[in-house]
Ligand binder design. Structure first.
Ligand code: ZN
Ligand code: ZN
Length: 278
């Protein structure tokens, strides 16, 4: 299945969307919004959604960094400048939404977001986006703890799409070797089931491709999601730099098609609408 998915030819150069992009409003980003728009236009991306980090874990580098009012002011300028050429959506990537419901509600009720990604970067107090998380644990222990916490997020968080489903593998492969989603099928299916039951989607995140050679999730989990009735799917590069915008998204389209999808999903005012795969 894995190899077959890779062999599916990419039928079109058009990239319908990049729904995971970080700008200078993320603690770890530097891009002004017009640079995001220029890069998207240059790569033939029809719709771009910025998703800066909003984090609430005390002591996290991103905690308190995102300034939504300043972000929306810059966004409105760009929407006017690129009107008719590019669709620019206002998103946000919220970390640990299940642990900070009041903060999440304040943010999402206070500003007109089109799209909210719910991501997990912590298991308890432990940051998972680092090789250290894996150096201190066996692979089984590290991934199981992550998927257990991810299930809690999927069951309780207020968001539209679950971010980078198996993101710890970005750092785990260097410590424990390749990640095989089939080794965690039960845990991953439980997360996917919770998403489907709540009307939450998932994304194909190619930021993981840049670091681990395979996106989050990989082809197996994507196929499980589709077979289980999952329909809401977005694709995103998780770019923090201009050169990464749109990265491997043609391959993400091919993976979606190979998994049985006929559509991707776009969001406006947090309402999903299906768009046919190119
Ligand atoms: Zn993330
Ligand atoms: Zn991100």
């Amino acid at each position: 299945m894995r190899t077959r998915a890779k062999e599916v030819p990419v039928s079109s150069a058009v990239i319908p969307q990049d729904y995971h992009v970080h700008t200078r409003f993320s603690f770890d980003g530097r891009l002004p919004l017009d640079a995001v728009c220029e890069a998207a236009l240059a790569r033939g991306i029809l719709e771009v959604c910025t998703t800066d980090h909003a984090d609430f874990v005390p002591g996290d580098a991103g905690c308190g960094y995102f300034q939504p009012a300043a972000f929306f002011a810059e966004l409105e300028q760009c929407r006017a400048r690129y009107d008719g050429r590019l669709t620019l959506r206002a998103g946000v990537e919220i970390g640990e939404a299940h642990r900070y419901p009041a903060e999440v509600a304040r943010l999402t009720a206070g500003f007109p977001f089109d799209f909210v990604i719910g991501s997990l970067h912590y298991v308890g107090d432990d940051f998972v986006m680092t090789p250290r998380y894996f150096a201190e644990r066996s692979a089984r222990e590290a991934y199981t703890a992550y998927f257990t916490e991810l299930l809690a997020l999927a069951r309780a968080g207020d968001f539209d799409v679950l971010g980078h489903l198996d993101v710890p593998k970005r750092y785990g492969v260097a410590v424990h070797g390749p990640f095989d989603e089939r080794d965690y099928e039960e845990e991953i299916r439980a997360v996917l089931r919770a998403c489907i039951e709540r009307g939450i989607g998932i994304e194909i995140n190619t930021g993981t491709t840049r670091r681990a050679g395979v996106p989050s999730p990989g082809p197996e989990a994507l196929r499980w999601y589709r077979e289980m009735g999952g329909e809401i799917l977005t694709i995103g590069s998780d770019a923090h730099r201009a050169e990464h915008i749109g990265y491997e998204l043609a391959q993400a389209v091919a993976l979606a098609r190979a998994a049985g999808f006929t559509h991707l999903t776009r969001f406006e005012a947090r309402q999903p609408r299906f768009i046919p795969l190119p």
